[in-house]
Design a protein around this ligand. Structure first.
Ligand SMILES: N[C@@H](CCC(=O)O)C(=O)O
Length: 366
């Protein structure tokens, strides 16, 4: 049996390096920041995580698509958020009785352009050494020079505010209305499983658009504030920093995850920076400095908070560090009931070692 001819595709990096492969998903052209995720599973949760908005994801696990997709259950938001996808082996067919369809159809419907047949080991080693950069994929422009010229239209992630593009437009509520705790969730690109993790612990959550004023959050009369994950550069979000500063003044508990951690840091006077390469995967070792225990964590971030500025801060203490590169993974305020982590305790996908952080937030509200 001969295999059907597959359409060709090109991947061009910002420094001009060209990779040749085959088209997947929608036939077209897409550019964004190229990032690699080392997770072995959970591709649909990754593609629908709003924190990946504007990024082209390289999956280092070699088989993608083989278990299909599930609508709802494995979506972290309403639909695909990544800009493009790169993998080694892409399976257009799938095998799982619970699946609702193929990843190929899912990407076609969401207009997601991808490329497969790429030696992702070579690609990842390359971008790991050179550092994060933009890229462009196309299955219609097959001249590398023409494609390279198109790359100049792809914006740099540094300085980019993206939360308002993925945040909810209208408020909504989750959980039981007569719950003991009311949580105001600032949606900077929140993952569904985070709100679910709060609701599962008895919190009645009201989710607000990214640019909601503090006065509107406060009018909900919350027992605590939650500042979500999300895409883009935290330094380009003075509006969220201002909201968090005012929330801190209430002396009510505040918990931030990933982008929310970076915003709490900025609101506390600690700067952020763009990393050489982000952390994206499901097995990043983190040490909890309070308990002395290590947790294996799910991560997705390209920015981080400045370690020296945390260490020198009179009112902020480091609670968690990354055991691979000693970057800051968690902080807490000494003078306020506020804490945050750079990684993703809700996992989805990933290990569940860090779910205790949601319990800690609930305890703080008690
Ligand atoms: N956009 C931020 C935060 C990501 C997140 O919240 O998941 C970063 O890349 O560092």
């Amino acid at each position: 049996m001969t295999r059907p001819q597959q359409p060709e595709a090109l991947l061009v990096l910002q420094d001009g390096t060209v990779f040749k492969g085959f088209a997947l998903g929608k036939i077209g052209t897409a550019g964004g920041e190229i990032c690699f995720n080392t997770g072995m599973t959970g591709y649909q949760e990754i593609y629908t995580d709003p924190s990946y908005f504007g990024q082209v994801i390289v999956n280092t696990t070699s088989h993608i698509g083989n278990y299909g997709i599930q609508l709802g259950a494995e979506e972290e938001s309403a639909g695909v958020k990544i800009r493009g996808m790169v993998c080694n082996f892409f399976s257009p067919t799938y095998s799982r009785h619970l699946a609702d369809g193929s990843l190929q159809q899912y990407f076609e419907q969401a207009n997601i352009v991808g490329i497969h047949g790429i030696d992702t080991r070579q690609l990842v080693r390359y971008i790991r050494d050179k550092g994060v950069m933009n890229c462009i994929i196309s299955s219609v422009i097959l001249d590398p020079e023409v494609l390279f010229a198109e790359l100049s239209n792809v914006p740099d992630m540094e300085g980019l505010e993206l939360s308002s593009e993925v945040s909810t437009q209208a408020t909504y509520e989750l959980g039981e209305q007569d719950s003991r705790f009311r949580v105001a969730v600032l949606d900077l690109g929140v993952k569904k499983s985070i709100i679910q993790s709060l609701a599962d612990r008895g919190a009645y959550c009201k989710v607000f658009p990214a640019k909601t004023s503090f006065a509107d959050l406060h009018a909900f009369n919350p027992d605590g504030f939650f500042i979500s994950n999300g895409p883009g550069d935290p330094a380009a979000m003075p509006y969220a920093v201002e909201t968090v500063k005012q929330a801190l003044d209430t002396e009510k508990p505040l918990f931030g995850i990933c982008l929310g951690h970076q915003i709490l840091s900025l609101a506390s006077g600690i700067g952020t920076y763009k990393m050489h390469n982000g952390h994206r995967g499901l097995n990043h070792p983190v040490k909890n400095l309070i308990t002395g225990l290590c947790e294996v964590t799910s991560q997705n971030h390209g920015f981080a908070v400045k370690g020296d500025e945390v260490m020198d801060h009179a009112n902020v203490e480091v609670t968690h560090i990354n055991l691979n590169d000693q970057t800051i993974e968690g902080i807490r305020r000494k003078d306020k009931p506020a804490f945050s982590v750079q990684y993703h305790p809700e996992a989805s996908p990933g290990p569940h070692d860090s779910r205790y952080l949601f319990d800690d937030f609930i305890k703080l509200m008690q």
